[in-house]
Design a protein around this ligand. Structure first.
Ligand code: KIV
Length: 305
């Protein structure tokens, strides 16, 4: 998307003042190249999501939980970074996202938000931080906005989270909704079950309508059939972001450790792996261990006089 005209490169109707025309200057300081080096919005805002949908430009998102990956993904031109409660599986080593707390995600979100220049940073609201009602939801959202520098929050649920979304949006905080398979409800849903199949599409469409009416600026569709996601995308004015919902949505999001081949164990069918980081790190660790054991590291080159 970076090279061929993604969200990042399109002139944005109402944001001309934010459109970088200093591409060459940026490129000189950008070791990774990417969209940030080729114009487009200096800082992605919610209106750029809306514009992208209107203009048929695909939106890209990855999860990130630390400043190193955040910086790399930002400079590669990824439009938004989600500090997901998938940190439960990918940082903290839990089986599910359920044990993750707001206090766990605050420092991770601060690290990501502090590292980006262009990407829009979304803070994920963990299980137990919004279900009690709109006031609890607003309290959590305010904490993320005040304490991390995130640009928006995300929470799970369609009709059941309508009031929470409305309350948060009413306080001036952008909300990314999340419907279809919602991992925080794993046990209620009976496991990792695809949502929106057959008659289930009616509930999916009702959830989609509900989060749009509540004021969400975008909605994640997780693990739903491609045709159901197409119907939602055609129905809604706000952009849809697929995580395992096929190609007919307005954008795509993946958990970075799955996408980069770092995840240990099963990776969902919808993930395409773009690297083998586990293999690279494992090989490097073995070589280093052998060098230390054989005495070939460190040598004079790595020692002080
Ligand atoms: O926590 C997360 O990474 C998510 C995505 C899978 C949508 O919620």
């Amino acid at each position: 998307m970076c090279q061929t005209g993604g969200m990042s490169e399109q002139p944005v109707n109402d944001a001309a003042s934010e459109t970088s025309n200093a591409a060459s200057a940026t490129a000189e300081t950008n070791p990774y190249g990417g969209a940030a080096a080729s114009g487009g919005p200096k800082r992605v805002r919610t209106r750029h999501f809306q514009n992208a949908k209107r203009e048929g430009i695909k939106i890209t998102g990855l999860t990130s939980y630390d400043m190193l990956t955040a910086r790399i993904f930002d400079e590669a031109g990824i439009d938004f970074l989600l500090v997901g409660d998938s940190a439960g599986n990918n940082v903290f080593g839990y089986e599910t996202t359920l044990p993750v707390k707001v206090d766990d995600l605050i420092p991770l979100t601060r690290a990501v938000a502090g590292a980006v220049k262009r990407a829009f940073v979304v803070a994920d609201m963990p299980f137990g931080s919004y279900e009690n009602g709109p006031e609890e939801a607003l309290h959590t959202a305010v904490r993320f906005m005040k304490e991390t520098g995130a640009h928006a929050v995300k929470l799970e649920g369609g009709e059941r989270s309508h009031k929470q979304i409305r309350r948060i949006v009413g306080a001036g905080i952008p909300v990314m909704a999340h419907i279809g398979y919602t991992p925080q409800s794993e046990h209620g849903l009976g496991g990792h079950v695809i949502q929106g199949r057959g008659e289930g599409v009616k509930q999916l469409l009702a959830d989609a309508r509900s989060v749009q009416e509540a004021g969400a600026f975008a909605v994640v569709l997780e693990m739903v059939p491609a045709d159901a996601a197409r119907q939602v995308t055609e129905l809604l004015e706000i952009p849809t972001i697929s995580v395992g919902a096929g190609p007919h949505t307005d954008g795509q999001l993946l958990v970075w450790t799955d996408w980069a081949g770092l995840t240990i164990g099963r990776v969902p069918k919808f993930v395409k792996q773009y690297a083998d980081l586990a293999g690279i790190l494992s090989q490097a660790a073995r070589e280093w261990r052998e060098d230390v054991e054989s005495g070939s590291y460190p040598n004079a080159e790595h020692s002080y006089e």
